[in-house]
Each structure stands twice: as structure tokens, then as C-alpha cells.
Design a protein around this ligand. Sequence first.
Ligand code: UT7
Length: 325
Amino acid sequence: MTLRSVIRGSGSALPARAVANAEMADLVDTTDEWIVERTGIRNRYLAGEGETTSSLASEAAAMALEAAGFSGDSIDLIIVATASPDQTFPAVATIVQNAIGCRGTIAFDVAAVCSGFLYALGTADALLKTGAAKRALVIGAETMSRLLDWEDRTTCVLFGDGAGAMVLEATEVDANDPAAPGILATRLHADGAYNELLYVDGGPSTTGTVGKLRMKGREVFRHAVVNLAAVLEEVLDATGHSAAEIDWVVPHQANARILDATARKLGLPAEKVIVTVDRHANTSAASVPLAFDTAVRDGRIKPGQLVMFEAMGGGFTWGASLVRL
Ligand code: UT7
């Protein structure tokens, strides 16, 4: 028998206010046509007063706990992936911990921007397998709208706010059984030589301000397709699975064209790729668990299926994870 991290439930949350492309065209020199053609985005949700990264994360966490049938106080590890915490510290994970009625257990944030959820998932998996924890809440949550320069049309039309959560449980399975559930392999990478292509121009130790997001989109795009295709192959090699066996790819939702190009490189039909970028835009660390929960709740993703998660973002950071549900 082998100890694996099994996904027991998921949840997600969006701010109340939906903002269509037409409304963005009132703010900056853009059009619905440009945004749809270049990105696939039609809509995003933007946090209003009282909506924060921790409030969205806590709502998603409560939904995931309900789906799993677990109480908040049965969770002994909470990891929140975010680039837009409520405050510089404490960690959003500790705010979520308090909100779900859980005390004294491990709770921390990870900062890997759009790949943050993959980093959080890989870290939770490693801790669950060592026995350091039994039940983990892994969350991606962002209020990216608060890091955007609302006069920069090249970035402000691309991002949205939201949260997604998964509950994982360390479970003994028969690893020789191909139907045995759990995380099969995760691979994570970073290359800090590319910091300046996607960053925030402020922070506590430099400007003393929060700063605004800056991106050289075209260059990020180029690296994204290459890095994602490579890490997907790496995870397939590590697990002995072929691309044809994958039931669903749940990618980071940055741009519909990146999703198409990556699927093509792997030889995967577009029907196997979960796409929510049209509705949610790029929600950074929230996008993978938000897309996953959306597709679980609309009945596309089902128990027993083989699902690939993948993401690439600022740092650069990138990663992928293959999971049997
Ligand atoms: O989540 C983390 C990872 N992030 C990503 O993966 C993002 C990757 N990059 C992208 O998704 C795309 O590069 C963008 C969507 C950001 C941009 O698309 P693009 O096809 O690479 O466009 P571009 O940056 O090459 O810009 C083309 C033109 C430019 O005009 P000129 O120089 O050709 O006259 C831009 O000024 O489009 C212009 N433009 C816009 N026009 C209308 C840029 N933003 C806008 C806009 N509305 N909002």
C-alpha cells in the first residue's frame, strides 16, 4: 500500500460584480473585438467593497469542505496560493483558518503568482505523504484587480478576481491498481532570469507601496507555450501515462490561444481542455482550482477520471500535476 493525496472535494467563489468587455472599453482604449480575438476573454469578476482575497478564499474553502463532508476543525494543513494577500502579513491562510473554525494547525501562503496553485498542491502533497498532516485545504485566491494599473490597456483587460479550493486527504491505496485515486506526480520549475517580463513594480522592501502589475505579454506568451508543453511531457513521463489517456486538462486560464497552442503541441483535442477564461479572465493562482470546481459542478469532470493541472506565470514559474480522481 502507498500513501497518496486524494482530492475529496472542491469549491470556488467569485465577487458579486461581473464586468463585460464593453465596460472595459469605457475605461481604456480597447474594444470587445480586440479582447475576444487576442485572449478569448468576454467577462471578468471584480471585487467590490468588503470582498477580499481572504473572504473569497474562505467562501471557496467552506464549499470544498461541504463537498468533502469534512468539518473545518478536521483540517490540519492550509496552504493559500496568492499574489494579492489582504495584508503583507499575516498569511491569508491564517485568516481562512480562523474563518473555518480550525486552530493550531499548519497554515501558510505560497507566492508563485499564476503557478501558485500548482506550487501549493505540490507542497501539500509532499507534506501529506510524510505524515506531517492528514487533511489539507489547498486554495488559490486573488484580488488581482487591486494590483492593476487601470490606465494600462495592455494589462487591465486581462485579469479578474476569484478563488478556488480543494480538500485533499492522505489515503492508503494500492499503487498497482491503475484506478487507485490520488496525485500521481507533480513537477515544478522556476527561472528568475525572467523576473522583468512579469512583475509588480512595488513592495514592502523596495518602494513601501503595493505597486502595479507590469507585463511584456508577447514574450510571456512565447515562453508559456514552450514551458507548459515541456512540463506536461515531464509529468507524463514520470507517471507512464500517455497524453491520449488524459480525460481533462485543467490549465491556468491566461489566454485561450495559449490553451489551444499547448493542447495542439500535446496532440490533445480541444474538447478535453477546460476553458473558463471567457467567463473569469485570468485570476492568477485562483484560475486552476476555479476552473476545476466549475467543471466538477457542471458535471464534466467525474470521479475516476485522469486530470492534468498546469500553469505558468510570473517569476517565471511553471508546473503541472497529474491526478486520478
Ligand atoms: O498569467 C500569467 C501568464 N500571462 C500570460 O500568459 C499572458 C501571455 N500573453 C498574452 O496573453 C498576450 O500576449 C496578450 C493578450 C497580453 C497580448 O496579445 P498579443 O497578441 O501578444 O498582442 P501584442 O502585445 O503584441 O499587442 C498587439 C497590439 C499592439 O499594438 P501595435 O503595437 O501593434 O500597434 C498593442 O498596443 O495590440 C495593442 N493592444 C491593444 N489594443 C486594444 C494591447 N492591448 C490592447 C487592448 N486593446 N486592450
